[in-house]
Design a protein around this ligand. Structure first.
Ligand code: 3MF
Ligand code: MG
Length: 344
């Protein structure tokens, strides 16, 4: 925890080997145990998990074996003074999820997705964590005519309700994203995710995770997406990062592309006391050119950027801002913010 009360997290996938769709890995891998050693050193408190980050090859194990292995991970976390922030079922790599998971056209594939998600809940229970994240990677279409959006929406709702009933204490945070890997995803924005949650069997237990790059790819402002969700007390996790325009999902270091956009995300989080409700997750990736021994600086930079921006948000001359708003002098407000960010 930092001096402001924020806690920070990242996932094991954020220290990675640098492969992209056009080239192989460029850095050697690191074991989960090696990665765990780096968390505290880099200033982090918590680990974000996909189900198979915690229990590799879980499709080949029985539910009891999965629980046993998850208990070992809990002990590893304890040994390092870390905790699990969330568990996310990875519903986009298995052959059963080629045509989608909860919204696949094949009922056997949909059944697989539900069972796999229940195992993710089991893992969360063993890791003493009450938050499941649903990034609905392949719920959408490459071909508009191949699926029915209304039916798919109800399938998503049914899946959420099934998980809520499976564990009466679990909370679910939906992570919207408009595209990639799908051409068009079914839950592209915060509004879509919140609507699903409010329509669920237990709306109190369904919230959202806002990822900066995903909002930007949807043509939206991440700070507004944060503020919208927080207006309803529904922002339970974030994946802060950055994104240079509308292209592939880059997961650039937080604030590295657009400093003012990052400032506004931190400002809205801080004004709404996010430190009381959630962990600051940094879903960032080192760029491919980074040598192996230097491939954690994206995490360091992102965390330090967040803290620097909290300081800037709190030192903003709020009275001057209020006066400029009252005078409707938004050009002067623009200059005040830019000067503040430039350190004068
Ligand atoms: C994809 C993502 C994912 C999700 C993760 C947890 C690998 O664009 O952002 O990161 O955040 O699967 O939900
Ligand atoms: Mg993410």
């Amino acid at each position: 925890m930092d001096k402001y009360g924020y806690r920070f997290s990242f996932g094991p996938w954020n220290i990675h080997k640098g492969a992209d769709p056009f080239g192989p890995e460029v850095r050697p891998g690191m074991s989960f145990a090696q990665k765990l050693l780096l968390y505290k050193e880099l200033g982090f408190d918590a680990v974000q998990f996909h189900d198979d980050d915690a229990v590799p090859d879980l499709d080949d194990l029985t539910p009891e074996q999965i629980r046993e292995r998850a208990r070992l991970v809990r002990r590893q976390l304890e040994d390092h003074g870390l905790f699990a922030e969330f568990v996310a079922p990875r519903l986009w790599e298995h052959p059963m999820t080629i045509d989608g998971a909860f919204t696949a056209n094949d009922p056997k594939a949909r059944a697989y997705a539900i069972e796999r998600s229940k195992r993710a809940v089991d893992i969360a229970q063993e890791l003493e964590c009450d938050l499941i994240v649903l990034w609905l990677a392949r719920e959408g279409t490459y071909m508009r005519e191949a699926k029915n959006v209304g039916a798919a929406t109800h399938q998503l709702l049914e899946a959420i309700n099934t998980l809520l009933a499976y564990d009466p204490t679990i909370r679910i945070a939906i992570e919207p994203k408009p595209n990639e890997p799908m051409d068009l995803a079914y839950i592209p924005t915060m509004g879509h995710a919140l609507a699903l949650g409010f329509q669920s069997a237990d709306p109190r237990r369904v919230g959202v995770l806002m990822e900066s790059a995903h909002s930007i790819l949807a043509g939206l402002d991440p700070a507004d997406e944060i503020g919208f969700a927080m207006a309803f007390g529904k922002l339970w996790s974030v994946h802060l990062n950055d994104q240079n325009g509308l292209k592939f999902d880059q997961d650039r270091s937080f604030g590295s592309v657009d400093l003012r956009r990052a400032f506004n995300q931190v400002r809205v989080l801080d004004e709404n006391r996010y430190w009381e409700v959630g962990v600051v997750g940094l879903d960032v990736k080192a760029i491919r050119t980074q040598p192996a021994e230097l491939a954690t600086k994206h995490l360091r930079n992102s965390l330090h950027m967040f803290l620097r921006l909290v300081a800037l948000s709190r030192s903003l001359d709020r009275a001057a801002v209020a006066q400029l708003i009252a005078a409707r002098d938004y050009e002067e407000l623009d200059w005040l913010i830019l000067s503040h960010l430039m350190g004068s």
